[in-house]
Ligand binder design. Structure first.
Ligand code: ZN
Length: 289
């Protein structure tokens, strides 16, 4: 950690949700259907400008899943999204145009995280190298089974990507690994000033990233889909094993799951959030689940 890090601001948004059986999240106590809101962040750095972290759903998801094989995706996780709820529309409401963004950071390429990508052309895309290579190589049903809809992915992704690989750097000084990190998770400093770090959260999807942000008054760790619900995760309840069908690496998922429990013991004051957790919604005033 840099001794006096720059502080940044962030805001949480949700763009649509999908539904799935609750027993997928909680095989022990799950009943009925659960909503998985697609939460994303707007990050404001005093020198590097505005970044979005993920994009949530956009209405093009509904068009993209009209035909086979992508239709399977819509069947597995029926999605609900209105035009005024997209990242594009909500940023416009806040007076922010796509061209005002310095870049976007993508945690992983599952459709509920990237359906808005095409609304933000030209800007750099920060993502894990392994995630990008997978999304560019999979096709047809092979893509769908990894949670990827090719119609949502920008055709110039490779040209715009600033990829992260373990031990590499995004820009000159950025992304040095912090050797003092006491948990088994790995972080890389995004801007080289200690304010925003990307975390490796392998298992759920290839090259999945989370983000840790140090604001003036607290630290938030947005651990994306490393767990779906904080209460089941804290109780040590793993998702239903059927998720192995589309998860990237079940053993890595379990290791990440445990590393996060260790993390929260080490940093009990950090605000640990997950993309689809109902508790995360309490930080989004406009949502009324
Ligand atoms: Zn996911």
């Amino acid at each position: 950690m840099v001794s006096n890090p720059t502080t940044v601001n962030y805001r949480l948004f949700a763009s649509g949700y999908c539904t799935a059986h609750d027993w997928i999240v909680d095989p022990k106590n799950g009943r009925g259907k659960a909503r998985f809101y697609a939460v994303w962040l707007l990050i404001e750095h005093p020198r590097h400008g505005l970044y979005v972290f993920d994009t949530g759903y956009a209405t093009r998801f509904l068009e993209a899943t009209r035909h086979f094989p992508d239709k399977f995706y819509g069947w597995a996780t029926p999605a609900f999204i209105k035009n005024e709820e997209t990242a594009l529309a909500q940023l416009a409401q806040a007076g922010i145009k796509p061209s005002d963004l310095s870049g976007m950071i993508i945690s992983h390429f599952h459709a509920d995280h990237v359906a808005g990508m095409l609304d933000f052309p030209k800007i750099p895309v920060i993502c894990h190298a392994a995630a990008m290579e997978q999304v560019l190589s999979v096709k047809g049903f092979g893509a769908v089974r990894h949670g990827i809809l090719k119609a949502l992915i920008p055709s110039d992704l490779r040209e715009r990507a600033r990829v992260i690989t373990e031990g590499s750097v995004v820009s000159e000084k950025a992304l040095m690994r912090n050797p003092d990190e006491p948990s088994s998770l790995q972080f890389q400093d995004l801007f080289g000033d200690g304010s925003v770090e990307l975390a490796y959260l392998p298992g759920h999807a290839r090259g999945q990233l989370g983000i840790r942000i140090h604001t003036a008054d607290h630290t938030v760790f947005f651990a994306t889909d490393a767990a779906w619900r904080k209460s089941t995760w804290e109780a040590g309840i793993l998702p239903n094993p059927t998720v192995k069908l589309f998860f990237d690496d079940w053993a890595a998922y379990k290791a990440t799951y445990l590393a996060l429990l260790n993390y929260l013991q080490t940093f009990p004051t950090h605000r640990l959030l997950f993309t689809h957790c109902p508790e995360t919604l309490t930080h989004i005033p406009s949502i009324n689940p």
